[in-house]
Design a protein around this ligand. Structure first.
Ligand SMILES: [Zn+2]
Length: 402
């Protein structure tokens, strides 16, 4: 096994050693011994944790962070060029990203569904990414061509490029609603009673980059100048944008760079303009990892006037998820159970429309269990696990509307 990994490492180093390729110049993967992890946690330096394997913890960091953390006397720090690091969890069955959907596969799947169910579904683009990819929404409803007096449910995936499972859950939900409209009364109730707008990929450029170039990529593909790429799409929304440097950053090299101004990114403008024209009654934004259900506020450690309702919905979703596979998704506001951050989707949606909005952090539960890198088996498992909570969510807003 070790020899195999070595051979893979050597092959990768040949493939990615081209000078001047888009190497992430100021970025390293570092690892530290598990025994040093506690002193790292005590240091309060928020690094981008990738995963844990063979008693070492791996992080994606910028140059400055390396210096900072070395000052915190963590002795076991090892730097690795990202190009030389291959995830031991990257086993694949077919295609570059295996059973996960890339941009073209997602596009084809959406149009195929709209073709098969023309009375219930229609696909349209709501804008283009920086590299010119369409940002698709599929609308699902009875009388799909009409705007009806029904609650709009907005479901979005893949703000963050490497969070591949977050594409699958919205896409599989779309498929489920259409394929079971005729044989499941609960599905029929949702499709007849609501207008569902599903955007499986908010950040198509980032997703493709993560698939073909750099598995750990998180942001979009904005060129910031000075060899720096990417704005964090989940820090670029315009409600309390840049409120503090907690969880978002003005530094273009940061993994949580919020961009030069609110809505500087076309992918975020696409979501904003679409939702302003189709105000959501309820919103679900899928990410991974951590198994969490997060609701506003994210930017500050304060509760919203609608905390009681939003917390009750989250609790019900968490219980429905638990009943499927016995896995726990904790719920609360970002500052309560994760960390504060500003410029995020749910703060903007709630701040603008005053309606419930959630970030669902899908598996894995911890980076010790794989972090961002879910297996192919996890796709179906995670969808089955989340389906009842999604059905409940849509039904809740239909009943509220009645
Ligand atoms: Zn994310």
């Amino acid at each position: 096994m070790k020899v195999f990994i070595l051979i893979v490492l050597i092959l990768y180093s040949f493939i990615f050693s081209l000078p001047g390729s888009e190497a992430e110049m100021d970025r390293y993967i570092i690892s530290m011994d598990i025994h040093d992890y506690k002193s790292y946690l005590a240091s309060n330096i928020p690094l981008d944790e990738l995963y844990f394997i063979e008693n070492r913890v791996y992080f994606l960091v910028g140059k400055k962070d390396v210096a900072k953390i070395q000052r915190e006397t963590i002795k076991s720090l090892v730097k690795i060029q990202p190009e030389l690091f291959v995830s031991p969890l990257s086993g694949r069955k077919g295609g570059v990203n295996g059973l996960y959907h890339n941009y073209a596969e997602t596009e084809a799947a959406l149009f195929d569904l709209a073709d098969r169910f023309p009375n219930l579904a229609t696909v349209f683009s709501v804008g283009q990414s920086i590299e010119g990819r369409e940002i698709y929404v599929i609308k699902i409803s009875d009388n799909v061509e009409l705007e009806e007096d029904e609650p709009n449910i907005f479901i979005v995936g893949c703000h963050h490029a490497r969070e591949w499972i977050s594409v699958e859950i919205p896409l599989l939900f779309t498929r489920h609603l259409l394929e079971h409209y005729s044989d499941t009364s609960e599905v029929q109730k949702i499709v007849d009673g609501a207008q569902l707008y599903i955007m499986p990929i908010q950040n198509p450029d980032g997703l493709e980059y993560s698939i073909h170039h750099y598995r750990y990529w998180r942001k979009n593909r904005r060129y910031n100048g000075n060899f720096s790429w990417g704005v964090d799409p989940n820090r670029n929304y315009g409600y309390m944008w840049g409120y503090s440097d907690m969880g978002s950053s003005p530094d273009p090299n940061s993994e949580v760079y919020r961009g030069p101004s609110p809505f500087s990114e076309p992918e975020n403008v696409a979501v904003r303009d679409f939702l302003l024209a189709h105000p959501p009654a309820g919103t679900l934004s899928y990410h991974n990892f951590s198994q969490l259900i997060l609701f506003p506020w994210g930017y500050i450690d304060e509760l919203t006037p609608d905390d009681e309702e939003m917390r009750a919905i989250a609790q019900n979703m968490s219980e429905l998820i638990y009943q499927v596979n016995g896995r726990t998704y904790r719920y609360g506001t970002g500052p309560e159970i994760l960390y504060p951050s500003n410029g995020g989707t749910v703060d903007w949606v709630y701040g603008t429309f005053g309606t419930p909005a959630y970030t669902i952090e899908l598996p894995n539960e911890t980076f010790f269990l794989g972090g961002f890198f879910t297996t192919e088996e996890e796709i179906d498992l995670t969808f089955r696990e989340n389906l009842p909570s999604m059905m409940y969510f849509a039904t809740y807003f239909i009943e509220k509307h009645e």
